[in-house]
Design a protein around this ligand. Structure first.
Ligand code: AP5
Ligand code: ZN
Length: 208
């Protein structure tokens, strides 16, 4: 399948993408992870406001479209089936994507604002495996893993608020766009991870 996973910061896109890629044996294309591995990349020749992706990310702003479009174009050219996580984030990117590939479905994880803030401030990552944890909802069992967990640079309160604002302003219109196109599949993302996954799996099976 060729899938988008849409949702606010902290909605569970990364968590559910891990399950989707395993079950359907497809690529996980995530602009957030790609940019985090290239936070210090020099993008000044693209005539951007800042010189590196990290400067946008740490403030919760979108990295310029040209930079992100190039990442996605390259990744899609090597993928057969995929779940695209974190892109498109504005209508310009959605239009760009239309020239790159067809889609089977745009999955939207719907979660309330209060829950999003709670999820983001409690999120922890395992730098060795990339696994996603939460101090309350999903703590690791192994104390060795627990000891090495890290917090993401943009999971501070101020940056979280700005990311949510940017989502409402730029990305909610993208969700409406896919709804108008008849591609949007809304899933209740506020349920426990296993329940969200059950709903997603059924939705994907029916859409492909
Ligand atoms: P990105 O990495 O895409 O971040 P985001 O969209 O803010 O989303 P998150 O990764 O924070 O959340 P998620 O939905 O993956 O949730 P997760 O599964 O981790 O982007 C980061 C930055 O990069 C952007 O701000 C921007 O600067 C730049 N960028 C990226 N793409 C771009 C683009 N296309 N254009 C321009 N700039 C771009 O879960 C969160 C927490 O909740 C975890 O602790 C998890 O354990 C827990 N959790 C998950 N599901 C549940 C559940 N069902 N119940 C309880 N807890 C749960
Ligand atoms: Zn993510």
């Amino acid at each position: 399948p060729r899938l988008l996973i849409l949702g606010a910061p902290g909605a569970g896109k990364g968590t559910q993408s891990a399950k989707i890629t395993e079950e359907f044996d497809i690529d996980h294309i995530t602009t957030g992870d790609a940019l985090r591995s290239n936070k210090g990349m020099d993008i000044s020749e693209m005539e951007t406001e800042y010189d590196t992706p990290g400067e946008y990310m740490d403030q919760g702003e979108l990295v310029p479209d040209d930079v992100v479009n190039a990442i996605v174009d390259e990744a899609l050219s090597q993928a057969d089936g995929f779940v695209l996580d974190g892109y498109p984030r504005n209508l310009e990117q959605a239009e760009e994507l239309e020239g790159m590939t067809d889609l089977d479905a745009a999955l939207y994880l719907d979660v309330s604002d209060d829950e999003l803030v709670h999820r983001l401030t409690g999120r922890r990552l395992d730098p060795e495996t990339g696994d996603i944890y939460h101090v309350e909802y999903n703590p690791p069992e192994d104390p060795e893993v627990e000891a090495r967990l890290e917090q993401r640079d943009d999971d501070t309160e101020a940056t979280v608020n700005e990311r949510l604002r940017v989502f409402k302003e730029n990305t909610e219109p993208v969700i409406d766009h896919y709804d108008d196109e008849g591609l949007l599949e809304r899933v209740d993302g506020e349920q426990a991870p296993e329940e969200v996954w059950e709903e997603l799996r059924t939705t994907i099976e029916n859409a492909t």
